[in-house]
Design a protein around this ligand. Structure first.
Ligand code: IPD
Ligand code: CA
Ligand code: CA
Length: 279
């Protein structure tokens, strides 16, 4: 299947998931995953199941890495896929689960596709604003069908999106120090509660700087090619490429200069990988 056709199918799928998410008519079940703030709802699980099923029919034999894992033995077999396949889906059924639980109206569906171990295509859909971000390597980045690009604002006029490692608060102190340093030199700070959405806002020229100390692959997989195709810069810090089996610090910026400066500030606080975890 050609990438343009594949992207169209992924956008259709993301839109279907958005419709599911907007429907709050059935009872919401909320569980905690390890910490009080790391939530999962029955909708996260339902949406991931829907994506997994469709993704495997789009690319038979592909692998799936999803935030909500495999749910039973049958799913586990399905999501392991064919180890020889070139394609891996990296999906977050609801990025911004806490917003979703609280009905804040800022959560997205994030569907990333890796080819030969590297980010290849991504779709991020915000159903509350009907904003469909998509992109694929060599094919540009789009918002609702219109080409997007990063802004040309310099660091001093930049807005930073960031967070304080809410699921592992032991890493919060360096985050606060980094935010303080960046804030002193830039324009302002935003925190929406959805990393994938913030990264897409950077791709669309709404914000300029992004840093998080501990993101999981599914938080950033779909947005990665959208940012690079929009002319931005993004890096999983202290990693070779983009790993799908561990969390990592992530930085992104609109220009090469701002990216270099942001990286310098981040490295001054986290010069080495601060943790060694697998997912
Ligand atoms: C979280 C959100 C949040 C970010 C966290 C993510 P979730 O994802 O993207 O903005 O700060 O690092 O884990 O749990 O809502 O899917
Ligand atoms: Ca997430
Ligand atoms: Ca999620």
């Amino acid at each position: 299947m050609q990438i343009t056709e594949l992207l169209e199918n992924i956008r259709t799928l993301a839109r279907e998931c958005g419709t599911m998410i907007l429907d709050r008519s059935s009872l919401m079940e909320v569980d905690e995953k390890g910490t009080d703030s790391n939530l999962v709802t029955n909708m996260d699980v339902r949406v991931q199941g829907h994506i997994a099923k469709r993704a495997l029919s789009l690319l038979p034999g592909s692998r799936i890495v999803g935030e909500e894992g495999a749910h039973d033995e049958k799913d586990r077999e399905r999501t392991d896929g064919d180890p020889g396949s070139a394609y891996t889906w990296v999906i977050d059924p609801i990025d911004g689960t806490s917003n979703y639980v609280r009905d804040i109206g800022c959560s997205v569906v994030s569907i990333g596709l890796f080819k030969d171990g590297a980010p290849y295509a991504g779709v991020v859909y915000n159903p509350y604003k009907d904003e469909m971000f998509s992109g694929a390597v060599g094919h540009g980045a789009f918002l609702n069908g219109k080409k997007i690009g990063v802004s040309s604002r310099d660091f001093a006029h930049g807005h930073l999106c960031s967070a304080m490692s809410l699921y592992k608060k032991e890493y919060a102190p360096p985050c606060f120090r980094i935010i303080e340093k960046v804030y002193a030199e830039s324009d302002d700070l935003r925190r929406t509660g959805s990393a994938a959405y913030e990264l897409c806002m950077l791709a669309a020229g709404r914000v300029e700087l992004y840093f998080e100390i501990r993101l999981s692959p599914w938080d950033a997989a779909a947005a990665y090619p959208i940012i690079t195709e929009a002319g931005g810069f993004i890096e999983c810090l202290h990693q070779d490429g983009f790993p799908v089996d561990r969390p990592f610090p992530l930085i992104a910026a609109n220009t090469r200069e701002s990216f270099a400066h942001l990286k310098e500030i981040v490295l001054s606080e986290i010069p080495v990988m601060p943790y060694d975890e697998r997912i």
